[in-house]
Design a protein around this ligand. Structure first.
Ligand code: AAL
Length: 405
């Protein structure tokens, strides 16, 4: 504001600054309207745009999204079965492998383990297993070569009756930090009904073999806004939907990044709807100064508009991610300079392996896809005629071959 008592000698330079500002604004707007002026000849050549004065919507989009810069982010996945205790075993569920740590020459992974077929929610028996990951424990296994795995036993099991994790603990991720090991995982308290709101638990150990100290309280919970409609156990019947994570907080993944602990997770919303890319699934992040919390959900959440199981890794000072299924940006690889603001780098044509666990010890910086050279995933084995939840799961190995190594 220009003060009413300002003398003329002061007023003239002020007006000059304001006029110059207005002129600059008009010039900028003019430039951005003329899109051909903003793009390099290299971009136009790469995208085969010979007439930059007449850009189609697709050409504009390609230029705006810098498609000419990201060919190195494109590659193809392959998946193979594993040996030893990770060979498929009828009646046993091994799924959602964590990242792989290399410790004293041995690879380690943590995963969901349970036995027996799931029967879904309508059996009338509150003790019946409702999903493949219900009534599960977090187990770990080791391998000298990443192919042949030996199961070592349970790391974290459900807590005593009445605790937040008394029904099932599953979908773990591991973080090694300053000599300690942190397991984050999903927890469900009984009864496991369709509307159950799960939480995220955390356990700490000095050795990958444990013993694991489980925190008394969860470190993350669904948003508290959102209201069910009626008493029937129906996740689609809502009065209000609430935030993107009002129903579930899934697939927790912990990273130490920029002096903070970033807890990435997948949110599911009450009354889930469909999008142009399928199920509405989004990811969020919660930050803490200490690995045990407290974790504060980012005000930028949701930080994605797609994705299923979490897969994030540090790359070139930022964070990269891969979306497998669900949402308009499914099967994309993305990168953010800050762990929050992700942009699409590549669109994949194959199914992305389910629940990828990346190998921490791989070189991650020499190529955008070097973090994905190999890792663990899971597959479903479902007999013909059965529903997906009646099947079993086995842990598999994936490899990614970049189109431009
Ligand atoms: C997976 C993950 C979470 C879900 C279930 C087990 O694909 O998203 O882990 O809870 O399915």
């Amino acid at each position: 504001m220009i003060g009413y008592n300002m003398r003329n000698s002061q007023l003239i330079p002020q007006l000059f600054v304001i006029l110059a500002g207005l002129l600059a604004t008009v010039t900028l707007v003019g430039k951005s309207d003329d899109s051909s002026a903003t793009y390099s000849q290299e971009a136009l050549d790469y995208l085969a745009i010979s007439n930059p004065e007449t850009l189609s919507a697709a050409s504009k989009r390609a230029l705006e999204r810098n498609y000419h810069l990201y060919e190195n982010w494109y590659g193809r996945f392959s998946v193979e079965d594993l040996a030893g205790d990770f060979a498929f075993e009828e009646g046993v569920i091994r799924r959602d492998p964590s990242r792989v740590l290399l410790i004293d020459g041995e690879y380690y992974t943590w995963y969901t383990k349970s036995v027996g077929r799931a029967v879904w929610f309508d059996s009338g028996d509150p003790e019946a297993k409702v999903f493949p990951w219900d009534k599960s424990e977090v187990w770990y296994a080791t391998s000298p070569d990443g192919f042949n795995w030996t199961e070592r036993g349970p790391a974290v099991v459900p807590g005593e009756t009445g605790r937040y994790d008394d029904r099932s603990v599953f979908t773990p991720e591991i973080m090694a930090h300053e000599g300690k090991f942190y397991l984050v995982y999903q927890a469900v308290k009984a009864p496991y009904v369709i509307r159950v709101k799960n939480t995220v638990g955390l356990a700490v150990a000095d050795s990958p073999h444990g013993p694991w100290r489980v925190l008394d309280e969860p470190i993350l919970e669904p948003a508290e806004n959102g209201e069910w409609r009626g008493e029937k156990d129906d996740r689609f019947a809502i009065k209000t939907a609430g935030d993107f994570d009002s129903h579930k907080v899934h697939d927790p993944t912990l990273l130490f990044y920029r002096d903070k602990f970033y807890l990435y997770y997948k949110g599911e919303r009450m009354g889930e709807r469909k999008t142009s890319g399928g199920r509405e699934i989004r990811w969020g992040v919660a930050l803490a100064d200490h690995p045990e919390g407290p974790y504060q959900k980012s005000p930028y959440n949701p930080i994605t508009q797609s994705g299923h199981e979490l897969c994030v890794w540090p790359y070139q000072g930022g964070i990269a991610l891969i979306h497998s299924h669900d949402g308009p940006e499914k099967r994309t690889i993305q990168w953010s300079p800050d762990g929050i603001n992700f942009e699409i780098r590549a669109y994949l044509e194959d199914d992305v392996p389910g629940a990828m666990g990346l190998v921490e010890s791989l070189d991650r910086e020499s190529h955008p896809l070097s973090a994905l050279q190999w890792g663990l995933a899971h597959k479903y084995v479902v007999e013909p005629g059965l529903q997906w939840w009646q099947g079993y799961n086995a842990i598999t190995r994936f490899e990614m071959k970049p189109a431009h190594p």
